[in-house]
Design a protein around this ligand. Structure first.
Ligand code: GLN
Ligand code: ZN
Length: 789
């Protein structure tokens, strides 16, 4: 008998019950007991769903009041010392303070969980960190499941992954030195589970799907030797990528089973089959835990049948990873049309798919003939539907030639033409796109969506907001203006709603962090742009001013990255379709007289594969998609892009290869990193390193921004430098925004004044004459480097 199980279930609830309970508790409108009641109800409901689907065990310990890594930190008692909390006595209120900060302490750092859009709280370790245990919530939840008569299968993130994801502020401190103690703490936790009669514990080690050096591989040996002493059976779970490289090594660990992700990395099966010890369990993730499509059950069975013959009850069937990354249930999707809905499976529906697979294996396929036929029908309907395959889009894609991704002239030629056309001062000032999304703006959009105001009224109000933004920017003295994005609720959704091939769910919420959920659009078919999306708005905005107005678009990689994407064609193909749709918009904006067009790619880096060996292939198609979207314009039209993360040094060559005329990037929080990166890599085009952090309402001083600009001048010649904030200003208020931008403009003007006496262009002539070596530091030649002046 093949067994079925899941690695974890979404905790937010089909109607985001957890979010509303958390937020009400934070606002002081409900008690801790209220929140605990909601949480217990959700756990019970989710376990019952698992049990009702015939799973052999229910995943417990995957619940978290905010985040699973934070909950593990609490369970271990490894709280950041700076909060001064007693681990054993940790209250729920304190737990939330760790996540959200309090009056004295900033929150723990948050970062993305592997290549997902889920964010975890990064453990903060130091040489004195102890793992003496914290609150008993984890054990209490297991008791809850046991009390319901369920077979609890607890889930823990493993010790090596936990350490791998931790950070330390102590220079020279090797976090691996904490491993022995950490492993002992796990051993104690596991022993307690064993004593409670728990048979199996799932230990998640997604780090085993990464590139690991010998020290980290040794850490697995060390840690698991200790864990094994607990006597409980361990299922070591890997996911998100192939762990084939480490399979032979992992197979020697004293654990009783392994889980592998066959959706992301089907090719790893052979390596694991060979390596699998004679009595070990192999759990295979054949249902996509990261996407929302119904599985091709027939194909899954083709994989499972021979495994079942070989392994018998040592075969476990599962989703590829925790279902945390998909929405809870299709039940509440009432507006999705029937055909599209028939193609989808959210977490709850995936439990049903597992059941069909198990029945097919254990009782024969005739027992589920109807379900398998239904699955075939879904696959056939997706293959044949005219909504999925659009011959015109396919033809256009097939006709794409490499030259379509090339601008007409090289950057040096283009930039001269752009300077002629735009007549901007040295160190031009601009912003990233959005301006404060005031309550009035949000209300306008909501009223229009509800139908409370008509299209004309809506247009007039949005135009009013645009005009206000333009007047304020002119008064501030900014050089390249933006319309402010008042009409956009979300930079990906706004475009998705206007493109064909996209659908939007009503309740397809996925936890991003804490109480924050996102509702990614679904790209189900060939993407194309039926009509212009932003041209009227841009034209209107440009009509209000003589200064250049930037057209503002979201790039193909970001559109892709922030959606549930098709699984029936490579991501690269979907990216190219998106690129063509955006290219049409770029060309139309140019036709409409827009001379500067920004194509945002804040998610480019997020798409990086987990394994280094896969980076080049990804970067190649991602960069091509961007170039395809941008390259249809004349030399004089200036293409900007924007990215908002500071760690881009390792992909700088690819960012340069995007060949945007100007890139604006987040840098103010890490000026040093920028400098290091640019010291090593001679970034060829123009660049706007963000000079102020938009994440806080603090108004940076003229001085502070001028200093950052001075430092930027050390590595970027001033005639290639732009002055702008780190990112869009939609989350800020007008008051602080105007104050900060006024200071920013002053800083640019002061620096311009200092540079005016110098022949800055002389730098460029000299640079041209001198052959520039690849790793050249500009600082020696930089005109603005003479600070004493
Ligand atoms: N143009 C967008 C804005 O300003 C960019 C947002 C982003 O980088 N995430 O809001
Ligand atoms: Zn940004």
């Amino acid at each position: 008998m093949a067994r079925t199980h899941i690695l974890g279930f979404p905790r937010i609830g089909a109607r985001r019950e957890l979010k509303f309970a958390q937020e009400s508790f934070w606002r002081g409108e409900s008690t801790e007991a209220d929140l605990r009641t909601v949480a217990a109800g959700l756990r019970r409901r989710h376990w019952q769903l698992q049990a009702d689907s015939g799973l052999d065990s229910v995943a417990t310990g995957d619940f978290a009041y905010y985040d699973q890594m934070l909950s593990l930190t609490a369970l271990l008692g490894a709280l950041p010392r700076r909060f001064g909390f007693d681990p054993a006595g940790l209250t729920l209120a304190q737990y939330f303070e760790l996540a959200r900060g309090n009056r004295e302490q900033p929150a723990m750092e948050m970062t993305k969980w592997f290549d997902t859009n889920y964010h975890y709280l990064v453990p903060e370790l130091d040489p004195a960190t102890r793992f003496d245990g914290g609150p008993d919530w984890f054990f209490e939840e297991i008791e809850e499941a046991l009390a319901l008569g369920l077979k609890a299968r607890p889930v823990l993130i493993g010790p090596v992954t936990y350490l791998w994801l931790s950070k330390t502020h102590e220079a020279g401190f090797d976090k691996l030195s904490l491993l022995p103690q950490l492993a002992q703490a796990y051993q104690r936790i596991l022993a307690r589970l064993k004593a409670r009669g728990i048979e199996w514990v799932q230990i998640d080690e997604p780090a085993l799907s990464l590139d690991l050096d010998a020290d980290w591989l040794n850490a697995y040996d060390q840690a698991y030797a200790a864990l094994a002493r607990s006597g409980v059976k361990l299922l070591l779970a890997t996911y998100f990528d192939s762990a084939a490289d480490h399979a032979a090594r992992a197979a020697t660990l004293p654990v009783q089973g392994f889980h592998i992700d066959l959706v992301r990395a089907p090719a790893q099966l052979d390596a694991w089959r060979h390596a699998l010890p004679a009595d070990a369990v192999l759990s295979v993730g054949v249902i996509d835990g990261r996407n929302i499509w119904r599985s091709d059950l027939r194909r899954a069975l083709d994989t499972l049948r021979p495994l079942h013959a070989e392994l018998g009850e040592r075969l476990w069937v599962a989703p590829s990873c925790s279902l945390l990354h998909v929405p809870v249930s299709l039940e509440h999707e009432v507006r999705l049309d029937a055909e599209l809905k028939s193609w989808l499976a959210f977490a709850t529906e995936k439990l049903g798919e597992l059941r069909v697979l198990a029945t097919a294996l254990n009782q024969g396929e005739t027992a589920v003939a109807a379900q398998l036929e239904a699955s075939d029908a879904v696959q056939a309907s997706r293959r044949q539907s005219r909504r999925v395959v659009n011959p015109r889009v396919q033809q256009r894609l097939a006709a794409v030639t490499p030259d379509m991704a090339e601008r007409a002239s090289p950057f040096d030629t283009r930039i001269e033409r752009q300077r002629q056309a735009l007549q901007l001062p040295l160190l031009p000032t601009t912003t990233i796109g959005s301006f404060p999304q005031t309550t009035a703006i949000r209300q306008t959009r909501a009223a229009f969506r509800r139908g409370d105001i008509g299209a004309l009224e809506y247009l007039q109000r949005i135009r009013g907001d645009i005009e206000l933004a333009v007047r304020k920017q002119e008064a501030l003295g900014l050089d390249v203006l933006v319309h402010g994005e008042a009409e956009r609720n979300d930079m990906a959704e706004y475009f998705g709603e206007q493109l064909c091939g996209y659908a939007f769910t009503e309740n397809g919420w996925v936890q991003s962090y804490g109480s924050r959920c996102v509702k990614p659009p679904v790209i189900y078919g060939d993407v194309y742009r039926p009509e212009p999306m932003t041209v009227d708005t841009a034209r209107y905005a440009q009509s209000l001013t003589d200064r250049p107005m930037k057209g503002m678009l979201t790039g193909p990689v970001t559109m892709l990255q922030w959606s549930f994407v098709r699984d029936d064609q490579p991501r690269a193909d979907t990216a190219r379709q998106l690129a063509l749709a955006i290219r049409d918009e770029v060309c139309d904006l140019e036709q409409a007289g827009i001379r500067v067009i920004q194509i945002d790619e804040p998610a480019l880096r997020e798409g990086l594969p987990l394994r280094r060996a896969d980076w080049d292939a990804y970067l190649a198609w991602a960069v091509t998609a961007f170039r395809l979207s941008a390259a249809g314009v004349a030399d004089q039209t200036q293409i900007h892009t924007h990215m908002c993360y500071a760690e881009f040094n390792d992909i700088l060559p690819s960012i340069a290869a995007m060949d945007a005329d100007v890139i604006t990037i987040e840098t103010s929080r890490s000026a040093m990193e920028l400098l290091e990166g640019f010291g090593d890599f001679d970034y060829p085009n123009e660049i706007g390193p963000g000079v102020y952090d938009i994440h806080s309402p603090r108004v940076p001083s003229v001085d502070a921004m001028e200093k950052l600009l001075d430092r930027a001048c050390e590595v970027v010649p001033p005639q290639r430098l732009w002055v702008n904030p780190d990112c869009g200003l939609k989350t800020r208020g007008w008051e602080e925004t105007e104050a900060a931008l006024a200071n920013m403009v002053s800083a640019a003007r002061k620096l311009r004044g200092r540079l005016a006496g110098q022949d800055v262009l002389a730098w460029k002539r000299v640079a041209r004459q001198q052959a520039v070596p690849a790793a050249h530091h500009h600082s020696a030649d930089c005109a603005c480097n003479s600070r004493a002046a």
